[in-house]
Design a binder for this molecule. Structure first.
Ligand code: UDP
Length: 319
């Protein structure tokens, strides 16, 4: 099968590319390397089943041609990372909203199935735990840039659902919770690559707030496996699915664990949110997916626990 992966040079996208190539598919990637990296796909460039286009999903002509040529689209291209969104609010909104509209418009024109990568940011700062797909969302003021990401991805979901309902375009929406693994970088704010890198360099590990906030970190291998199964599950069409793991850890415990696993001499420092991000920044105290829906549709059981994925990430950074 011919598969287009937008954002295929990104962290999750590049793992998806490898998996789908291994399955014997022909893969085409479009990525403008805004947050993706050429080094994530360089080892695939000589593969005759792999094609890379250096461009943005805002380039409609190129995107149209690439979608016409494929059978399925994994739409992974998006502005991601809390810090990246806060530093680049305008470009993030345009990429997430206009870019997704472009993908859906052309996918509809040529009737190609789309998997839309969405996010747990959708749920906002709601205290209900765990999050179920049908839950209400709770967002803060529009003065707080963080919420623009949640709002932009919600528009993406509305668009995909509208194409499904009005135009019968087959789509499936996947809400990724904290996904981690080799190739993720800390530059855009993601906590695990930041902590591992700093621990290995014996630099301070910076815990924001009181460190009692918690997250569930899932191995990218498990997330991409689940995505491929959902894409190929007829019953899942038109549906929204949480994906990730439901084993949580506080950020303070995470810092201690990484320090121990790397035998690091780093100090663990506590920093105010305002100093780390922007004035008025709001964080989620916890974030955990309810995974019952995905388990009803596909065989889904994450294979790796946090210690195993941390091992992989530490090895990656050591290299
Ligand atoms: N965080 C932290 N120190 C850092 C980077 C992040 O304490 O250097 C915290 C952040 O405030 C949040 C958690 O780690 O509570 C996860 O952050 P990340 O940006 O990785 O993901 P998200 O906030 O989207 O869950």
């Amino acid at each position: 099968m011919k598969i287009l992966i937008t954002g295929g040079a990104g962290f999750i996208g590049s793992h998806l590319v490898e998996k789908l190539l291994e399955e014997g598919n022909e893969i085409s990637v479009i990525d403008n390397l805004s947050t993706g990296k050429y080094s994530n796909i360089i080892h695939l460039i000589k593969d005759p089943n792999f094609k890379y286009t250096l461009d943005s999903i805002l380039n409609r002509e190129i995107l149209k041609k690439l979608i016409k040529e494929c059978n399925q689209v994994y739409h992974m291209a998006a502005a991601v990372g809390v810090k990246y969104i806060i530093d680049n609010p305008l470009l993030s909104l345009r990429t997430n909203i206009v870019g997704t509209e472009n993908v859906l418009e052309f996918a509809n024109k040529y009737k190609k199935k789309v998997l839309l990568a969405s996010t747990s940011e959708i749920y906002g700062k709601s205290n209900k735990m765990p999050f179920e797909e049908e839950d209400d969302r709770l967002l803060g003021s529009t003065h707080i840039t963080r919420w623009s990401y949640s709002a932009s991805k919600a528009i993406d979901e509305f668009l995909a659902l509208a194409y499904y309902r009005e135009k019968k375009l087959p789509i499936v929406i996947v809400r990724c919770f904290n996904t981690v693994g080799p190739r993720q970088i800390g530059q855009y704010g993601m906590v695990i690559p930041k902590f591992v890198r700093n621990a290995l360099l014996n630099h301070p590990i910076t815990v924001y707030g009181d460190g009692k906030q918690s997250r569930c970190f899932c191995d990218v291998d498990d997330v991409t496996d689940g995505m491929i199964k959902l894409m190929n599950c007829k019953k899942a069409e038109g549906g929204i699915f949480n994906i990730g793991t439901d084993k949580d850890i506080t950020i303070e415990e995470l810092a201690q664990k990484i320090k121990k696993m790397t035998n690091s001499r780093s100090k663990i420092e506590y920093i105010k949110y305002e100093d780390a991000y922007e004035e008025g920044f709001e964080d989620m105290r916890s974030r955990k997916p309810d995974l019952s829906k995905i388990k009803k549709f596909i065989e889904y059981k994450p294979k790796y626990d946090l210690d195993q994925v941390l091992e992989k990430i530490i090895n990656y950074f050591e290299k």
